[in-house]
Ligand binder design. Structure first.
Ligand code: FAD
Length: 431
């Protein structure tokens, strides 16, 4: 394959890379995809919830034959103190039927499915091959350097390496994300019989639940946890901004143990067997620090470009849609016979017209807000739990006196002036 020339090279067979490869192969382009893992998904980690609409826009009615776990019919939010929970949630059986809203998934099973779709459309997948560097000529990216396959050339190179984008950073197409711009997440997969999962989460075989966890276990770091039901397993995880972990000398293993030991979580996992443990970074990049996603002869996709909506825990949908838009741009560039930065700028225009950039722009102040208002990850959940416990305790204290006690307790926990400012800052950050 030495010195062979393709229309497009895709680096990485995650959701972004496979979506791009499929889009370009369908457009009749000659595409090769490099994946460093022994198969797509073997090195990938995700919570994970896969969103139906974005996925369908590239892979069609994937739920008919894709190895998805359960359609999500209920989403819960748990705001936790050390030993109690204030919860909210939404459940509808409508989400258990087509067109569905979202599915729980395991990436080791799902990524090979996506990559196979691209292969079936004509893309050429090469696994166990890491792209170690990019080849540039006169400032234009013209190919890739690999350990096993030597140098390969293409009109355009699509970088879908994920967050650890070594080749992208090495070639100077993006700066390395800082400790402020990434979260470290740890995840465990616990096996339990299907009927036990159904009973504990109040669902039937084809129904799934997600629980987003926030509260004191974050130790004032900007972070959150999650519990997702799969068919015969439960995924549980925790993640926080890397700089906060370093600053508070937090040990990720100890943190996930703390989440698992919480009295509301522990009964859900009782008797389970740990099948998998993994750790991975998640981009949490401020909008104004996102890299330019294109240049002469290349485009940046998915996590490589920092496309993750941390507040809504969405990354796979942004990866898939950015892959689709990059693939469409490459096909249009081929028709024009022009792979210059000016021609590939169409990719950024498409991103701006899609939910990807609209959502990231809309939430542009959220990362900064949460980084400087860590009380939302500790103090407020604790106060909320104390207030709920006090409010719901039935004894001989008159109700008016109890309400005054709650008010005093909340005021001591966070002075009213500061609370007012927190709310004002929140309104400014989100609206
Ligand atoms: P990746 O999925 O990281 O894929 C990159 C691929 O490129 C990998 O297969 C890798 O092996 C390969 N690769 C890397 N470098 C090279 C190289 N040089 N040469 C060859 N191959 C290479 N998103 C959601 O939507 N829902 C969730 O519930 C969710 N939960 C998450 C939980 C965790 C713990 C983490 C870490 C992330 C989560 N995300 C979630 C985010 C989501 O996983 C990512 O946004 C998404 O996977 C990005 O896809 P991608 O294709 O850009 O990158």
């Amino acid at each position: 394959m030495e010195d062979e020339k393709f229309d497009a090279i895709v680096v990485g067979a995650g959701p972004a890379g496979s979506a791009a490869a499929l889009t370009m192969a369908r457009a009749g382009m000659n595409v090769v995809v490099f994946e460093r893992g022994d198969q797509p998904g073997s090195k990938n980690v995700m919570g994970g919830v896969l969103f139906r609409e974005a996925t369908e826009s590239v892979f069609g009615t994937f739920w008919d034959d894709a190895p998805v776990e359960r359609p999500v019919i209920e989403q819960r939010l748990w705001l936790m103190s050390k030993n109690s929970v204030v919860s909210a949630g939404f459940r509808t059986s409508e989400f258990a039927e087509p067109p569905y809203n979202a599915f729980t998934v395991l990436r080791a099973k799902l990524d090979p499915y996506f990559a196979k779709k691209a292969e079936d459309a004509g893309a050429y997948l090469i696994t166990e091959t890491q792209v170690t560097d990019l080849i540039a000529e006169n400032g234009k990216i013209v190919g890739v350097r690999t350990g096993r396959e030597g140098d390969l050339y293409a009109d355009v190179v699509l970088m879908a390496e994920g967050i650890n984008a070594f080749a992208t950073v090495k070639a100077g197409l993006r700066k390395d994300f800082t400790m402020e711009n990434a979260a470290l997440a740890v995840k465990e997969v616990h096996a339990l019989p299907r009927e036990v999962i159904n009973e504990r989460f109040n669902v039937s075989d084809n129904e799934g639940v997600t629980i987003l966890l926030a509260g004191e276990f974050c130790h004032d770091m900007m972070g959150s946890g999650w519990i997702y039901t799969n068919k015969d397993t439960i995924s549980i995880g925790f993640g926080a901004i890397v700089s906060h972990m370093v600053e508070s000398k937090a040990n990720p293993n100890a943190l996930i143990e703390e989440v698992k030991a919480h009295p509301a979580v522990q009964p859900l996992l009782r008797g389970s067997e740990i099948k998998e443990y993994s750790a991975h970074l998640i981009p949490e990049v401020r909008y104004d620090e996102l890299p330019r996603p294109y240049g002469d002869g290349y485009m940046l996709l998915g996590d490589t470009a920092g496309f993750v909506n941390f507040l809504y825990q969405e990354g796979s949908n942004m990866a898939i849609v950015s892959g689709k838009l990059a693939g469409e741009t490459a096909a249009a560039a081929k028709n024009r016979g022009d792979f210059s930065a000016t021609s590939l700028a169409e990719y950024e225009q498409k991103l701006k017209s899609s939910f990807v950039m609209k959502d990231l722009h809309d939430l542009r102040n959220a990362p900064g807000f949460f980084r400087t208002h860590r009380e939302f990850f500790g103090t407020y959940p604790r106060l909320l739990n104390q207030a709920a416990k006090s409010f719901l305790t039935v004894d001989e204290v008159p109700k008016k006196q109890r309400r005054n006690e709650i008010f005093r307790m909340v005021r001591q926990g966070r002075p009213l002036r500061k609370m007012g400012k927190d709310m004002f800052d929140a309104v400014r950050a989100f609206w």
